[in-house]
Design a protein around this ligand. Structure first.
Ligand code: ATP
Ligand code: MG
Length: 230
């Protein structure tokens, strides 16, 4: 049984307001959640309910207007921007809806980039890259630039990049977005395997019931709030 008293990620009372010149959008209204170690949590919710905003905030990529996010008992909202960037690189992997991979680098270089930023020894980086390429089935595509990959390959490459620093938490925004059912199922198998092998806690946000079915905790998001699924 995972230890419920020692969650890997804890978010409380998150608010986020996007301010345009004339318009204010309240994207998060008191959202909170707890991720257990080595668990898979899914959030479903209608378009515009705040799912991507939540992922950005949990990943430390967007500073919330209010509330707190702790990963392994470190409060991300209290770190300075450079401290947060470093912390995030090491502890939280993110697969974004609009991908964050370098289009001109090949797959292997995209995976090794965060490891080089951590200044790991070259031999260790090579081993980790080989291991991840193998795990996501892209060994034969290692020298393809991101733009030369299919949708499913791009999704799998993004997962490999996110997992490179062995984060405790993997946040994935629509990991099966725009994939056909067979390819989507392959990506979900991969997440399930990596969770077991790497012991990472996975949070997926999605419209796709196929993703939801794989999770062991199901949540729903409505109007910027997170609820237990009925
Ligand atoms: N950069 C932004 N500036 C202003 N408003 C934004 C911005 N990003 C999102 N929003 C607004 O915040 C709300 C929540 O958006 P968000 O992208 O988090 O929704 P979502 O649940 O991920 O939707 P989808 O399922 O379509 O991806 C929406 O009303 C959206 O229009
Ligand atoms: Mg979204």
């Amino acid at each position: 049984m995972p230890d419920r008293t020692d969650p890997v990620l804890e978010a409380r009372g998150l608010y986020h307001i996007y301010r345009e010149t004339e318009v204010e959008t309240v994207a998060l209204r008191g959202a909170g959640l707890v991720l257990e170690r080595a668990s898979w949590t899914s959030i479903m919710g209608p378009s515009g309910s705040g799912k991507s905003t939540l992922v950005y905030v949990l990943a430390g990529l967007l500073e919330p207007s209010g509330g707190s996010v702790s990963v392994d008992h470190v409060d991300l909202t209290r770190l300075s921007p450079p401290e947060r960037a470093r912390w995030r690189r090491k502890h939280v992997g993110v697969v974004l809806q609009r991908d964050n991979l370098h289009p001109l680098l090949d797959v292997a270089d995209n995976i090794s980039l965060p490891l080089r930023l951590e200044k790991l020894p070259a031999r260790e980086i090579r081993q980790r890259v080989d291991q991840l390429l193998e795990a996501v089935g892209l060994t034969a595509r290692r020298r393809h630039r991101m733009g030369q990959l299919s949708g499913g390959e791009t999704q799998r490459a993004a997962i490999a990049v996110a997992l490179a620093p062995q984060p405790q938490v993997l946040l994935a925004d629509e990991p099966t977005g725009e994939l056909d059912e067979v390819t989507a199922s392959g990506v979900l198998d991969l997440l399930a395997t990596l969770r077991t092998q790497e012991g990472a806690s996975i949070l997926t946000v999605t419209h796709n019931p196929m993703v939801d079915e794989r999770a062991d905790h199901r949540l729903v998001m409505r109007d910027g709030e997170v609820f237990d699924a009925a």
